[in-house]
Design a protein around this ligand. Structure first.
Ligand code: NAD
Length: 480
């Protein structure tokens, strides 16, 4: 299958771009060929989005009309979930039944419906007389053409988390999916057209980092929203500064799990294991650093090892598989590199730390538990992005919070305790955008998702995300 670019509501030939192969990480076979967009392609997509924005074909529709088109999109998407999930599974290696169809698709449909509903309540404009003889009106307007750059871990969900709030706000969009996983974003763009979202409102360019860079540099793009690594976030912010664009950054994470003396260890093991292995640990909110109160350290390790060993790793197309391969050879080298260096520095590998037996064709890696490390270790401080957890002991609430906060990231954390007071104190003291108490990983369309510190700023999901794509204008009317 060969795909073109999706520009101005149609499949469009590239202007000088080369092509890239999309690889199935479970088999190393080629799934499709896509365009590696050139600078001229990026410009064509931005021009289409610019024309569509300024002639008002989307931004000047009533909120109800925008909402109805998005609801139609949700219905079309829902009728095709099996096809979308299969494509998602082929390009990412996600288990089809457990992840792609079972988890990502229902959430995606709900996300689109949520943003369709949010589209009806975007104005928030109000009027007041704040100076004698004048009425002030505060209008919430769409920011304009938005460049959206997505990662490979949840391709279609990330596309929806970007398009949904931008479309609800009335913006037009050029979306660049990650280089290796663009297929479901292209499918989504075609469905937007079928749903009646006008031509030029949603444009998708496929390609590598250079195409992303060209989008960030483009003078007609008013805002850039990136989900990616913290390193890329810094580059994007520096580039965006040259044209003083708004930036919205959803970056890396390194979630701590604080396990207090009174915690239910079966619950800790179950939730942490799911949090650490869901999507093969390639999740910015993945459970990664377990800190257990000293008195429960030994039993916490035991419970975690048992639960991590029980996870079923294997063929993504087998319905009983819970964990598929990592996304690429490079990603597996990265994960194995972290584990091997930790081992060389004296860490103990309690389980995993290798390619599972019989699974050497794709990029598989066994769920791994590591101990005997200290807080400054690279594997504690760095984002591994694989099914790997570390376990360390702590003494007292203050040290738990200190260890939890002592990384550059601040995306998600969890606390396991039966003491409500402690749950309240610790969740307030943790510098993370999401803190779960007695769970790890659930999200809903209504709940804001985004980072503190070097995990970025701006929110995905929730009504707050829509606000990020709006700008306030003050209109002051003299009565005389
Ligand atoms: P990445 O940073 O390598 O790439 C992300 C996207 O940015 C890709 O589309 C890439 O082509 C593009 N890009 C890279 N360099 C660029 C540049 N200089 N200018 C413009 N665009 C550029 O990240 P990845 O490896 O695709 O994804 C994994 C990362 O994403 C992890 O760090 C993970 O934590 C993070 N992530 C964060 C969230 C969140 O909500 N905070 C969600 C998912 C993933």
């Amino acid at each position: 299958m060969e795909y073109k670019l999706w520009i101005n509501g149609q499949w469009t030939e590239s202007q000088g771009g080369s092509t890239m192969a999309i690889e199935n990480p479970a088999t190393r076979g080629t799934v499709a060929q896509v365009v590696d967009a050139s600078r001229a392609d990026v410009d064509a997509a931005v021009q289409a989005a610019k024309t569509a924005f300024y002639d008002g074909r989307w931004s000047k529709l009533t909120p109800g009309a925008r909402s109805n088109a998005m609801l139609k999109l949700a219905t079309i998407f829902e009728t095709r979930v099996e096809d979308i999930a299969r494509t998602e599974s082929l390009q990412t290696g996600k288990p089809y039944a457990f992840n792609a169809l079972g988890a990502d698709m229902p959430f995606a449909v709900d996300n689109i419906r949520f943003f369709a509903a949010a589209a009806r309540d975007v104005h928030g404009s109000h009027a007041g007389e704040y100076l004698g003889g004048f009425t002030s009106i505060f209008r919430r307007e769409p920011v304009g053409v938005v460049g959206q750059i997505a990662p490979w871990n949840y391709p279609v969900l990330m596309a929806i988390w970007k398009l949904g709030p931008a479309l609800a706000a009335g913006c037009t969009v050029v979306l660049k999916p990650a280089p290796g996983t663009p297929l479901t974003s292209l499918m989504l763009a075609e469905m937007c057209a079928e749903a009646g979202i006008p031509d030029g409102v949603v444009n998708v360019i496929t390609g590598g980092n250079d195409a992303g860079q060209a989008l960030v540099e483009h003078p007609d793009v008013r805002m850039v929203s990136l989900t990616g690594s913290t390193e890329t976030g810094k580059k994007v912010m520096a580039t965006a500064a040259k044209t003083l664009k708004r930036v919205h950054l959803e970056l890396g994470g390194k979630a701590p799990i604080l396990v207090f003396e009174d915690a239910d260890l079966d619950l800790v093991a179950a939730k942490t294991t799911l949090g650490a292995t869901f999507n093969t640990g390639q999740d910015c909110t993945a459970a990664t650093r377990v800190y257990a109160e000293k008195s429960r350290y030994a039993s916490a390790k035991e419970a975690l090892v048992e639960a991590m060993r029980a996870v079923k790793v294997g063929d993504p197309m087998d319905d009983s598989t819970e964990v598929g391969p990592l996304i690429s050879a490079r990603q597996r080298e990265r994960v194995a590199g972290f584990v091997d260096r930790a081992k060389a520095a004296g860490a103990t590998i309690l389980t995993g730390g290798q390619v599972p037996a019989g699974l050497d064709q794709g990029y598989f890696y066994a769920p791994t538990v590591i101990c005997d490390i200290d807080q400054s270790a690279e594997i504690i401080q760095g984002e591994v992005f694989g099914p790997v957890i570390t376990v360390m002991p702590f003494e007292g609430e203050a040290q738990a919070v200190q260890y939890g906060n002592d990384v550059q990231y601040g995306l998600a954390a969890s606390v396991f305790t039966k003491d409500v007071g402690r749950a309240m104190r610790v969740s307030a003291a943790l510098e993370f955008g999401t803190v779960w108490v007695n769970d790890h990983i659930p999200l809903t369309s209504e709940t804001p998702h985004g980072g503190f510190k070097q995990s970025g700023f701006g929110k995905d999901l929730s009504a707050e995300a829509v606000g990020d794509y709006q700008i306030t204008k003050h209109v002051m009317i003299s009565h005389v």
